[in-house]
Design a protein around this ligand. Sequence first.
Ligand SMILES: Nc1ncnc2c1ncn2[C@@H]1O[C@H](COP(=O)(O)OP(=O)(O)OP(=O)(O)O)[C@@H](O)[C@H]1O
Length: 213
Amino acid sequence: MTITLQDVLPSYFEESRRHQSEVWGKQLVFNKGEYIKIVAPSGSGKSSLTHFLYGMRHEYNGNLLYDKANLHSFTVEDFARYRKDHISIVFQDLRLFPEQTVRENLELKRQLNPFHPPEKITEMAERLGIGNKLSTKSRICSYGEQQRVAIIRSLLQPFDFLLLDEPFSHLDDNNSKKAMELMLEEAKARNAGILFADLERVDFFPWTRLYHL
Ligand SMILES: Nc1ncnc2c1ncn2[C@@H]1O[C@H](COP(=O)(O)OP(=O)(O)OP(=O)(O)O)[C@@H](O)[C@H]1O
């Protein structure tokens, strides 16, 4: 799979933003297997870009393509198909079900399109230090714990691209590194690409391409 950006610019941005960015208003093709780091200071449009790439919002000029297909002409079913098999995401605002336990949140996702057996949930949760939270409602978990749940959830499905919007904002370095290692392993297992948007450079992400938004 490829993701192509052709002259993409949020419709609420001034035209001049094209000239200040290595992404907005540019022609870019991201390939499966690449690790793309987007350095995006607050307000530069990190969440806008991630939402456009996932097809959740469409207020932009220019075109975004999955393979050769233009997202402007996608139906709800087209997006559902890509999100099921090809694109996974960790939202900045996580979007867990607050009244469901951690395990329920993860198992619900796993069952939609199983890539891993149920035991993998326990294994991943233990690896990221939230094994003792599996029976806790997600709203009771700290934000850093919820962030790890959202990371694990993103890894329970097949994908060609993993989109990350500031996934470590509430994690210390040690926990961030553990989560990164797990994501890299899972990406490798699928020969998938990662698009990682964050406020600054993160040393432990082995990017192959780096862009300033
Ligand atoms: N639908 C919209 N209409 C108008 N302006 C918007 C819209 N969505 C976002 N913006 C503005 O665009 C800018 C970028 O927003 P966005 O949330 O994409 O930034 P961000 O880089 O993710 O910021 P942060 O790191 O602070 O979360 C902000 O100034 C925001 O107010």
